[in-house]
Design a protein around this ligand. Structure first.
Ligand SMILES: [Zn+2]
Length: 258
């Protein structure tokens, strides 16, 4: 199987979770009826947890398929940079050029709309842009209903397609969360959800030593590396530069999957 085929994970059955939910509650009813509440109640709580916990687990595919690494890569990684465009974008582009690295920028639609020249600069430098929602609702993304979710994905997709001249292929969920309503818009826009193999929590931690330590742990051939720009601590450029040095040191090249 080619790398492209295994990475192409557009949701095919956005409502499959409904069948699982119905089956699990039938099982709960059956247990309660045959064995009483001492079995029924724990089963009820466990089955509910089984549908709630995955919302917060970025690499679990209950609600939508997800790419967590590149298949069978040599000493290559996929560098992904979230949350732009930002004031950091030009300096990050310079750093990438200096290191001969390529990256996929997961952009926020409304930020791209406000600074279209940065989207052009990213593309002209040979990088790729992808969908990271329209408004980046940090604390309520996981709780969006079907209509709001469709808007977040769809508006970003239309904005980025118009600015970039072609529609993005990849989607990264805010904080990696999912819910029962994320798969339908991904399917409608032919988007594949992309998580990561390794991250350094560089969006919240500005300390390069700690960030690199965490990144290094998950670094392996085919890793998807998650970095951010525009972090509030103001050190994103420095952290991207440090990550690029780490990759070079360990002999990794960066690739954008076809
Ligand atoms: Zn983000």
């Amino acid at each position: 199987m080619s790398a492209a085929a295994t990475l192409h994970r557009i949701p095919r059955h956005p409502h499959a979770w409904l069948a699982w939910a119905a089956a699990s509650q039938l099982l709960v009813l059956l247990l309660w009826w045959r064995l009483g509440w001492t079995w029924g109640l724990p089963a009820l709580l466990l089955t509910h947890a089984a549908f709630i916990v995955p919302v917060f687990l970025p690499r679990v595919r209950l609600y939508a398929p997800v790419v967590t690494r590149l298949p069978a890569a040599g000493r290559q990684v996929w560098l992904t940079i979230d949350d732009g465009p930002s004031d950091d974008t030009p300096a990050i582009l310079e750093a990438l050029a200096r290191h001969g690295a390529r990256a996929t920028f997961f952009l926020v639609g409304e930020r791209a709309l406000a600074r279209p020249e940065l989207v052009t600069a990213i593309l002209e430098a040979g990088h790729e842009v992808a969908n990271h929602t329209h408004t980046h609702p940090q604390f309520r993304f996981w709780a969006l209903g079907p209509r709001a979710m469709a808007e977040e994905v769809g508006q970003a997709q239309r904005t980025l397609a118009a600015l970039a001249g072609s529609a993005p292929r990849w989607f990264r969920a805010v904080a990696g969360h999912t819910n029962p309503f994320v798969a339908a818009p991904l399917r409608a826009h032919r988007l594949t959800r992309v998580a990561w193999t390794t991250r350094g929590y560089d969006a919240v931690d500005g300390d390069p030593v700690r960030v690199l330590q965490r990144l290094r742990r998950g670094l392996r051939p085919g890793a998807i590396v998650l970095l951010h720009e525009g972090a509030r601590h103001g050190r994103s450029v420095e952290l991207v530069e440090a990550a690029l040095c780490l990759l070079r040191e360990q002999g990794y090249a960066t690739v954008i999957p076809d």
